[in-house]
Design a protein around this ligand. Sequence first.
Ligand code: TTP
Ligand code: MG
Length: 580
Amino acid sequence: MLPAKSQVLPSRRDDRVILHFDYDCFYASVFEAENPTLKAEPLAVQQKQIIVTCNYEARRRGLRKLQLIKDARRICPDVIIVLGEDISRFRDASKTLYQFLRSFSWNDRAERLGFDEVWLDITDMIEYNISLLNPHDLVQSFFVLQKDDPTQGFAFNATCYAGPTVPDNASTNDEPLSLRLKLGSHLAFYIRTELERRTGYTSTVGISTSKLLSKLVGNMHKPKDQTTLIPPYACQEGQVSNVESFIDDYEIGKIPGIGSKLAHRIRQHILQHEPDFEKGLVYGETKENVTVKEVRLAEGMSPETLDKVLAGPGSPHGIGIKMWALLHGVDDTEVSFAKAVPSQISIEDSYIRLDTLPELLKQLKMLSCRLIERMRIDLVTSDDSRIRLPGKWLAHPKTIRLSTRPRLPLNPDGTRSRSFKRISHSAPLPNYVLSLTDNIDVLAERLVNDTLIAMFRKLHPEKAGWNLSLVNLAVTNMAEAGGESKTANGRDISSMFKRQESVHKEFTAYADEQSTPQAELVPRTKMEEGYSHLVDSTVELEDNSWVEEEDEDNERCGICGMSVPLFAMQAHMRFHEVDR
Ligand code: TTP
Ligand code: MG
């Protein structure tokens, strides 16, 4: 017997209109933007021995994302391959595009997921524009983009949707949600057309009432297109909810918010045996697919059952009801407010071998330079991108953290086991690092000599014998700059952080048994800025500093060593499976 849905489902927030943007073949588009002649050529972006993405000309000729370079060359001998190891150009492009999309927002709810996805909550714009509609002439409507200037906007036909819909027979439906989504679809069309006209980047957009549904539905028509999930959404007597019929065929591992381990446990429960990994996929999926519908309609399935199935050490409270909601396409998490500054900035590099002090000092100096440069770019007020002097700290970090990933000693048989364990040591960030008049090189040298070497010794007291596969340097614990209690938008930074954190937690709460906040949806930029480090234990030290042991993190592929964004790890592991 299924429980009465109204009793167990969190109320659905169908009063919102949310757009999800995904830039098409993002890394390749960044190179095309730098050199537009590449647009007509088959273009692929290489990291290690793999093509991480390729443009649509290359896809037309048979190439695809995550292919071996040698295969790509065989399939398309005239493919142009560019190196994508330096991700700063992608980060910079991502920032510019984000600022462009954000500029349309009235409420500043503009949330980035990694480099190439953005949500906009446009509810307020839609409501305002609905209030302006002339019900006698909906065909010739005008969408106002700025409240204080009613001439700024575009003409549109409010009787129909812009672009494709799901289901694709956009039958007339009079409910208010239908009108809201129609307006949402026209705004989506306008923004993505403007994005392309002004920046050259194309995107794919999903339009619905939640982050979950807008992200999923956007994928239906790629590239350079958009899709609206149309009503009815509500599950009333005699009505089929389009939300449920849309989400029903998805494999549970494909639902954002259901992490790979949770999906695996649900599969085990439904199949009543260990899913067959032999022919399946290592990461989060197997050949034995289990759909959302199968889970939802399984005998005895309920939030309580899910709670039991998913219970484990560290399982978040209320996991059953959260999963139950997702299986019904219900996601009430908010699109978070645009960030004035990141909550952490981190820089790292990985090494085949790093086991001598002189080499370590060289690397620490190099990382310090990059870190300070990054701090000046991200945390100092100024409109210009690189030359920030003189500027003002919008917020400044109070803590510096050094993390290393030691290589394990050789096994007796001469092999070496892989380890992803990091150890970290944190200490107060010396004030002089915040000088905006000193040369970055000089500051970095001083930071290494009077702080980082001592921190390194805490982690590796032994003079020799260590060998590192990774070094990460991060600044954390951001504080408002003196006297600057408001951001440019008049918002208090610290309360903004709190709000952002709670929102991020909401979206990443469906973590796996280690009780770590690492879920499928940890954004790439967050990972890169150090958001994804997973603190396992904290040991107080006497000198106002502390050592942290961090849990496993997945940013480096264990098979090929490529640095893979967390969001992309599933796709990446699939690549290895196919390749075997
Ligand atoms: P995606 O959005 O998966 O791909 P895409 O934007 O290139 O293509 P699509 O048009 O299908 O959306 O990933 C965004 C970027 O992330 C992509 O351009 C390259 C990078 N990436 C990696 O670095 N490693 C990976 O394993 C994957 C899958 C992507
Ligand atoms: Mg993309």
